[in-house]
Design a protein around this ligand. Structure first.
Ligand code: FES
Ligand SMILES: [Fe+2]
Length: 342
């Protein structure tokens, strides 16, 4: 286990330390062009590059003098370091040393290459060769019934686990999002069931919300309150898919995957989709609404202490109904942390 000094934050790092056993998104596929690009995952600097049309992820550190390879260039089938021009092939093996060409073929050294795939328009990397779960499904992205928008990622100063928990924290809707996703006049959290299913923590909750949000104006015949059935899939460790069913068949979908840059910095990749008001002109209203929600959450989530979540469940308090999903999530994460570190 790393120490506080290595992480730069105080706290219990058991959850953080197990995160290298999972897939995480590190960039949007469209955001990586012909030049190598830096991405940071779990305090590890990675270089993403397209070599021979294929995407690779290596440690962002040249084996010669440690230059950042994300400052280099892709030349045909090679990634070339900007400092002394050493070239690496798509396996990460050194294939050229310009200052001493005669040694180029004899250097059996190279970069560590990580599993790297594109799924849902995102680049996912695993720091282990055998990640604990598959990349989460997002079937709505391929469903012609839905208009899905890939949204700009954002970074918060918080642990990735806390980012995920905020997304599925039913008790905060009435307070942080009063008038948007909930109402202080109806702050009680209804009974809902959580269970594990096919590698996801599942939850179905029926919620009552005020209709004031811009996204609601497209729903016809709304009264003073809107009832929605929310279906959640929480894929370990940090992805949530929420499928909202409104009366009359309208559905609104959110997909968010929180990627741990470090123990207290998180980059969230996200999509929104809907099967109503599917004209492009309506996109901005939906996006504006979501960015307003995020602006309400950010200062609260960044204020949570300690930065990392205590892995001993008894160190924070839970109320039976409102915190059921948080507790179920932490229990599962606790089991995984114990398993993957054995
Ligand atoms: S540091 Fe990369 S070639 Fe010298
Ligand atoms: Fe929120």
């Amino acid at each position: 286990m790393l120490t506080d000094t290595e992480h730069g934050v105080q706290g219990d790092h058991r959850f953080y330390d197990c995160l290298d056993q999972f897939w995480h998104p590190v960039a949007r596929d469209d955001d990586v062009g012909d030049s190598p690009q830096l991405a940071t995952l779990l305090d590890r600097r990675l270089v993403l590059a397209r070599i021979n049309g294929g995407l690779v992820a290596f440690d962002d550190r040249c084996v010669h003098r440690g230059a950042s390879l994300s400052l280099g260039t892709v030349e045909g089938s090679c990634l070339r370091c900007a400092y002394h021009g050493w070239a690496y092939d798509s396996e990460g093996t050194v294939v050229e040393v310009p200052a001493n060409p005669e040694v180029s073929e004899g250097l059996a050294v190279g970069l560590r290459r990580y599993p790297c795939v594109v799924r849902h328009g995102l680049i996912w990397v695993s720091l282990t060769d055998d990640p604990a779960f598959d990349i989460p499904d997002f079937p709505h992205l391929e469903d012609p019934e839905f208009r899905v928008i890939s949204c700009d990622p954002y970074e918060w100063d918080c642990a990735s686990v806390r980012r995920l928990e905020n997304y599925v924290d039913f008790g905060h809707f009435a307070w942080v999002h009063d008038g948007y996703l909930g109402s202080r006049d109806h702050a009680e959290v209804g009974v809902h069931e959580t269970w594990r299913e096919d590698g996801s923590l599942r939850c179905t909750a029926t919620v009552v919300e005020p209709p004031s949000g811009k996204m609601k104006k497209h729903l016809s015949d709304v009264g003073d309150l809107i009832t929605a059935r929310n279906e959640y899939w929480i894929s370990m460790p940090h992805t949530v898919l929420l499928d909202r069913h409104f009366e009359g068949g309208a559905r609104y979908v959110l997909f968010m995957s929180a990627s741990p840059i470090s123990a207290n910095r998180t980059k969230s990749f996200w999509f929104i989709g809907r099967n109503y008001a599917t004209d492009e002109e309506a996109d901005k209203e939906f996006l504006d609404f979501e960015w307003e929600i995020l602006a309400q959450d950010k200062p609260i989530v960044e204020s949570l202490t300690p930065d990392v979540i205590p892995s001993r469940l008894g160190e924070e308090m839970y109320v039976k109904t409102a915190d059921a999903i948080t507790l179920g999530y932490r229990q599962w994460l606790s089991e995984l942390a114990a398993e993957v570190k054995q």
